[in-house]
Design a binder for this molecule. Structure first.
Ligand code: NAD
Length: 483
């Protein structure tokens, strides 16, 4: 049976109900511009009800569960997610414009996060501390309480898995604010949670506009921790709101991540990663490899071989499962087109480009994937996050210059290095200023066990892996004097 959900509702205290406002927001299909659904325009009243429901869950059924019992529920949610992976992929294709294969991969990743955090729930523990005679001292890991989760539209399932999954494992009660552009899979996740027996109020979902529902959630005095994934501009607002309530915040923001190709690299192995990491999800990926740095000796060869791949990319509606689907919205397409116009006006050469077929639906938000080379490292296209299927290639000479260019943006999320030189692998890994470095691969296939997050304007705090469990818990020290 398909997930029986009505996308116009909010989930509060285990009940699907109409939002406090009768207003709705249209959800558009980016592949053809058609109206998909009307979603609730959640507001401050809905957020307040959701926080109250979460507090009640912590004081009630949810808070009483043991860590192992919480873990079992997450494992059940994982199994249901996996069973429904095709259905979730279809929802994501319609809503985000994500090619079916990628949507399915996201659903499988969500299931894997729930499996990982379900299994870990009863394996996070404190320590005993050798202290003064006559004392026993120990630490306890406790939930923060109500955690707020504000997620973007580009990878809803993966981001929910890594933040809500870890927060629930540690015993927090969550209020989730999905993005207004795409929230069907988030709502489906609410149904899966209820089907798996997650107690009422442990997960509440309030769709709505960022400046309404999102702002209300980030400012709510009942929220004890905020996890935000999105743009730098909004990240600043979230951190300011968290500062007023003096609560911890995890910021997973943007990036301008490089892949660095040295002349001794295995180019056959590197080539698919160089292109895929730029065009996956139509380039709307925080860790997209939007800068390709190539040592001069192999620059022309890499440019030619990347251009060949660009020419072969299939662009089309998400349900056709192309290599590249549409962008999320007409607004996002206009942003990317403005960057391409800037590239043209400043004389950047197009080294490779996919061809948009004539058959594309007129209302769809398509942009031809474009490779620009060579590009000056200081150019705006090499400095700013474009969030579209556009990559720039930058030539360099030697390690020192590669590092200076790679570290020379406001961001620091991910970097990839391709070289056979073992010493250089370590030197680069140590000196790149970012949250993750991949040597002779890029992304490690998602690597949900691997802590993820940024430095500089890419944010702070870590999600994924065990680190997320520490972030979603608070450490209490107990010292017992016994004689
Ligand atoms: P965005 O910041 O506009 O929106 C993200 C979320 O914040 C949405 O749910 C939105 O409703 C909400 N929001 C907007 N204004 C708000 C406000 N004033 N108060 C509270 N919430 C508010 O970002 P976007 O354009 O939807 O997403 C793209 C950005 O996200 C890119 O910069 C991308 O790099 C980043 N991103 C980062 C990661 C990561 O893990 N580092 C992952 C995915 C996306």
């Amino acid at each position: 049976m398909p997930i029986p959900f009505d996308p116009s509702l909010v989930l509060i205290a285990g009940q699907w109900r109409a939002g406090a406002s009768v207003q709705r927001l249209p959800l558009l299909n980016p592949s053809d511009g058609s109206l998909l659904a009307q979603i609730a325009r959640g507001n401050a009243d809905d957020v307040d009800a959701a926080v109250v429901a979460a507090q009640a869950a912590l004081a009630g059924d949810w808070g009483r569960l043991s860590a192992a019992e919480r873990g079992r529920i997450l494992l059940k949610m994982s199994a249901i997610t996996l069973d429904r992976a095709d259905e979730l992929a279809r929802l994501e294709a319609l809503d985000v414009g994500k090619p079916l294969k990628q949507g399915r991969a996201d659903a499988v990743a969500l299931a894997r996060y729930l499996e990982f955090y379900g299994g870990a729930a009863d394996k996070v523990h404190g320590e005993t501390i050798p202290f003064a005679n006559g004392y026993t001292a120990l630490t306890l890991r406790e939930p923060h309480g109500v955690t707020g989760h504000i997620v973007p539209w580009n990878y809803p399932m993966q981001i929910i898995g890594r933040s809500v999954g870890a927060a629930l494992a540690m015993g927090n009660a969550c209020v989730l604010k999905p993005a207004e552009e795409a929230c069907l899979s988030a709502l489906a996740f609410g149904h899966i949670a209820r089907e798996a027996g997650l107690p009422a109020g442990a997960l509440n979902i309030v769709p709505g506009l960022g400046e309404e529902a999102g702002a209300a959630l980030s400012a709510h005095p009942g929220v004890a921790h905020l996890s935000f994934t999105g743009s730098v501009a909004v990240g600043r607002l979230i951190q300011a709101a968290a500062a007023l309530n003096v609560i911890p915040v995890t910021l997973e923001l943007g990036g301008k991540s490089p892949q660095i190709v040295f002349a001794d690299a295995d180019l056959d192995a590197a080539l698919p990663f160089l292109v895929n990491a730029g065009i996956q999800n139509a380039g709307q990926t925080c860790s997209a490899a939007s800068r390709i740095l190539v040592e001069r000796a192999v620059f022309d060869e890499v440019r030619r071989r990347m251009a060949e791949r660009y020419g072969a990319l299939r662009v089309g509606p998400a349900l056709d499962d192309p290599d590249v689907g549409p962008l999320i919205s007409a607004r996002q397409r206009a942003t990317v087109q403005a960057y391409l116009a800037l590239a043209r006006d400043s004389g950047l050469a197009i080294a490779g480009q996919a061809v948009l077929p004539d058959s594309l639906p007129a209302g769809g938000c398509y942009v031809a994937p474009t490779l620009l080379a060579p590009c000056d490292p200081g150019h705006r296209l090499a400095q700013e996050e474009i969030f579209g299927p556009v990559q720039v290639m930058i030539p360099f000479e030697g390690e020192a210059q590669a590092l200076a260019i790679a570290n020379g943006t406001a961001y620091g999320l991910v970097a990839g290095v391709w070289t056979r030189d073992g010493g250089r692998q370590f030197r680069m890994a140590r000196q790149l200023r970012c949250g993750q470095v991949f040597i002779n691969n890029y992304g490690a296939g998602g690597g949900i066990e691997l802590p993820f997050g940024g430095v500089k304007h890419s944010g702070h705090g870590r999600e994924k892996g065990f680190e997320a469990l520490y972030g979603f818990s608070s450490l209490k020290t107990v010292a017992i004097k016994h004689d």
